[in-house]
Design a protein around this ligand. Structure first.
Ligand SMILES: Cc1ncc(COP(=O)(O)O)c(C=O)c1O
Length: 361
């Protein structure tokens, strides 16, 4: 066509997980929270009035800033509201990176990072994790303007300790963005680093721990001078009035949040054990999903057979991931349905593997 910048013309674009319109299926493919949001959220939604919709929203979302600041023990000017954590990633790439200022991140990780790097026309330095997903020592010396570490990492669910992240922040000359979209399901987090380091940005999402993926709300935590630069880049009204009110109600309801997260963590441990009993290799997860490596049957085959049973998980045909399935932790009933289906599939497949092996020999 020739209308677009060259890198846009060539780009494949981000491929979001399948969002089916039917509801009678087991949907474990996009890491949404399997339980509903706080009842306070629906109450606030019911109270939205015409005046709130007629006027432009508060440009900084002060009601949410105040509520989040209290939760994190920082002042409100350390919080910047975003239209989902994804918007913060876009803003950061636009603010820090260009043709001469690369982004770096360990791989495999969230597949949006290279897509955004390409849109920004900046080089993406991909530093491989080892097989245990330890922080790669070469990351600090990569010379990037922006380094992103997804922690807990997607799709592995693994976690890098706060001390190690602090050493990385100290060594880097550029900015360190710690993508904590899944940290609500972990045992610790890196928020304390924003007090000690002027180059650290924490990304948070309301999509996972607060069950608000449909709302689109996330936020940054960082020192005010760093946020001031990001604010220059964002849309002036990047979060809408309904989202500000709803996200504030959700983050204020601490009891509901804690109970929801605890339930999911228990479900995660039980799902992990059951998958291991079926001979999947599953690293300990600190997120609301697990990464399961199949030893007895090809992951793509299991994926197709699950789809035939109306069960959706995520399969990535990518290096290092094509023998694995990423499975969102569902409700207890959903996890039971998945495990029963896997037992059936593996029983059938093991028999045919036996036949294939005999033919080969
Ligand atoms: C690693 C990671 N970071 C950030 C996000 C963005 O989350 P959201 O835009 O829904 O807040 C996601 C969403 O799945 C994610 O997996």
């Amino acid at each position: 066509m020739g209308y677009f910048r060259q890198n846009i013309e060539k780009a494949k674009g981000y491929e979001p997980g399948f969002q089916p319109s039917q509801t009678d299926l087991v949907k474990l493919n996009t890491n949404e929270n399997s339980y509903p949001p706080s009842p306070q959220v629906l109450k606030v939604l019911g109270q939205i009035n015409a005046e709130q919709l007629r006027r432009y929203p508060d440009p900084t979302g002060n009601e949410f800033q105040q509520a989040a600041a209290e939760v994190h023990g920082v002042s409100a000017d350390y919080i910047m509201c975003c239209n989902g954590g994804d918007e913060l990633l876009t803003i950061a790439l636009r603010a820090f990176c260009d043709e001469n200022r690369p982004v770096a991140y360990p791989v495999p990780t969230y597949s949006l990072y290279p897509v955004l790097a390409n849109l920004q026309n900046c080089r993406a330095i991909e530093v491989p994790f080892d097989s245990e997903f330890n922080l790669p020592p070469k990351l600090a010396g990569a010379g990037a303007a922006l380094t992103i570490v997804c922690n807990p990492n997607a799709p592995s669910g693994t976690f890098i300790g706060v001390d190690e992240m602090a050493s990385l922040a100290d060594e880097l000359s550029g900015v360190l963005l710690i993508d904590e979209a899944y940290v609500d399901f972990a045992e610790e987090n890196c928020v304390s680093l924003v007090k000690d380091f002027d180059n650290v940005i924490i990304l948070r999402s309301m999509s996972k721990g607060y069950s608000l993926a449909g709302m689109r709300f996330g936020y940054a935590i960082a020192q005010p001078p760093l946020l001031a630069g990001l604010i220059k880049v964002k849309d002036s009204y990047n979060v809408d009035a309904v989202a500000i009110a709803v996200a504030a109600a959700a983050i204020k309801d601490r009891r509901y949040f804690e109970e929801n997260v605890e339930k999911l963590k228990k479900d995660r441990e039980s799902l992990t054990e059951q998958l291991r009993a079926l001979k999947f290799e599953v690293p300990r997860s600190y997120a609301n999903f697990v990464l399961a490596k199949s030893k007895n049957c090809k992951a793509s085959v299991i994926y197709d057979k699950l789809v035939q049973r109306n069960i959706y998980v995520r399969y990535f045909d990518l290096s290092g991931l094509s023998d694995k399935l990423r499975i969102t932790v569902g409700t207890s009933e959903e996890n039971d349905k998945l495990i029963s289906a896997l037992k059936e599939i593996l029983a059938g497949k093991e028999a045919s593997y036996g036949r294939e092996n005999r033919q080969d020999s």
